[in-house]
Design a protein around this ligand. Structure first.
Ligand code: C2G
Length: 443
């Protein structure tokens, strides 16, 4: 009787420790099955960055010639199912997991193999890509959240903060034990990347200067409010060979990625209508209402436009909008309709009007309903003609969700794993064009 051994891992930046583990696992039996963890499941377990894609990692395992079969590991509970499915006699894992898989002992033998000392994917990563030092531009309400979330990303250090209001920057710096810079140029000299989270209308200048200095940039949404400026900035990033990424938080989360995957699988047929709302009653004294681009559309329009751009593309045949405005002319509520051929979308944003905040994607075979706060929950449901026939998804969403975009920013800086980020320059430019239209015409 042949003995089947099964083992799992991320196998990022495949190294000697991985190879030795596979060799010893193989020696425990006659057949070796290796599960390679998806990026999403690795994130679910707290690994937010992987340098190699799933395909590369599977290929590296295959190339050792040690695995008889390479499978994909995508979820908790799968190990139990796989052990049954493949009739595995032995489950093997490195000694860093000692005790953690004992509950599988009712199904098979569980063996922990001594971990090879002195080598890990993180070490390799650190050697290949030394620590990325990131400076914060602005220290408003989002900055402390960014600090908390960035702590989950290996290889990233927040080194300083710049704010033209030096006292405010100094207070923030002291609280977070980082350095405050009185001059933006000075901070640019000492960091590798910046995160721009200043008032919307100031983003463009900060981004441009950082790119000119050869620094990577993660910029809060909406990055800029002009299509041409967005185009120029992405072109500049390309010539400078640095990463420019719009911090379109939802686009990078596993839940939203899964939602798109489900739509692309065809289960709801062709999407013909999109309905996306995000309204948040906001105190009139707050920043959201102020400045040349205050109001609800600039504040939360990016969120509702995201699914529309992702599913319909970056060209539209018609865009119309209607707004309710306050005395200063800022929109407290906006409804926009976008048409692409026969397909349409309605998006709603509010700071002074409250609506239901759902996302509905209506297709020829069914629809997807994601209730508020769909932009940060990872929860959605496929519904069909028969009201009983529903499929619910609840994809994990860790912390404040910013760690996914920061992880992706690091992936882009370090590995250039994907040619384009999960929210591409073309999509970001389209967002800027729609914002520009909104601000230049008050239909
Ligand atoms: N490993 C090792 N020696 C090292 C590094 C890793 O023996 N120096 C082992 C790990 O213990 C693990 C396997 O190689 O068994 C893959 O390691 P990772 O890619 O880091 O994956 P990990 O997050 O440990 O996931 O069920 C086990 C998990 O899915 C493994």
């Amino acid at each position: 009787m042949s003995r089947t051994v099964i083992t799992y891992g991320v196998f990022d930046q495949f190294h000697e420790g991985h190879r030795r583990l596979l060799e010893r696992a193989r020696a425990l039996g006659d057949v070796l099955i290796v599960g390679v963890t998806t990026e999403e499941f690795a994130q679910e377990r707290g690994k937010y960055t992987t340098a190699d894609s799933l395909e590369e990692r599977m290929e590296n395992v295959r190339k050792t010639g040690l695995a008889d079969q390479v499978i994909v590991e995508y979820a908790y509970g799968q190990k139990r199912e796989d052990i049954r499915k493949y009739h595995a006699d032995v489950f093997a894992a490195g000694s860093d997991w000692t005790g953690k898989f004992d509950e599988l002992r009712d199904l098979c033998e569980v063996v922990y193999l001594e971990r090879t000392p002195g080598i890990s994917s993180s070490d390799i990563r650190n050697r290949k890509y030394p620590e990325v030092k990131l400076g914060l531009v602005g220290n408003g309400r989002i900055a402390p959240r960014f600090m908390r979330e960035a702590a989950f990303i290996k290889g990233l250090t927040i080194s300083g903060v710049y704010n033209p209001h030096t006292e405010s920057a100094e207070r923030f710096a002291q609280m977070h034990n980082i350095r405050a810079y009185a001059e933006y140029e000075e901070m640019l000299e000492t960091c590798d990347a910046v995160y721009v989270c200043t008032p919307h209308e100031t983003h463009g200048e900060y981004v441009r200067k950082a790119l000119q200095a050869g620094r990577h940039v993660l910029c809060e949404k909406p990055m800029v409010l002009s299509g041409r400026e967005a185009q120029e900035l992405y072109a500049l990033a390309k010539t400078q060979d640095v990463i420019l990424m719009e911090a379109m938080k939802t686009a990078y989360t596993p839940g939203f990625r899964k939602l798109l995957e489900v739509v692309h699988s065809g289960v709801i047929g062709e999407v013909c209508d999109i309905d996306a709302s995000f309204t948040r009653l906001t105190d009139p004294s707050l920043r959201e209402w102020r400045g040349p681009c205050g109001g609800s559309f600039a504040e939360v329009g990016s969120y509702v436009l995201l699914p529309v751009i992702k599913l319909y593309g970056t060209e539209f045949d018609e865009i119309r909008s209607w707004s309710v405005r306050n005395e200063e002319g800022k929109d407290s509520y906006t409804k926009m309709i976008l048409r692409k051929g026969e397909r349409s979308a309605t998006v709603r944003t509010g700071l002074g009007v409250k609506t239901e905040g759902q996302l509905i994607l209506s297709g020829t075979k069914g629809y997807i309903l994601a209730e508020a706060p769909w932009w940060k929950s990872g929860k959605f449901e496929i519904r069909r003609e028969d009201p009983e026939d529903r499929t619910a998804f609840a994809i994990p969403y860790h912390g404040d969700g910013m760690r996914y975009e920061i992880g992706e920013f690091m992936n882009m800086i370090e590995g250039h794993k994907r040619k384009e980020s999960l929210f591409s320059p073309a999509e970001s430019i389209c967002m800027a064009i729609i914002m520009e239209r909104f601000f230049s015409r008050h239909d």
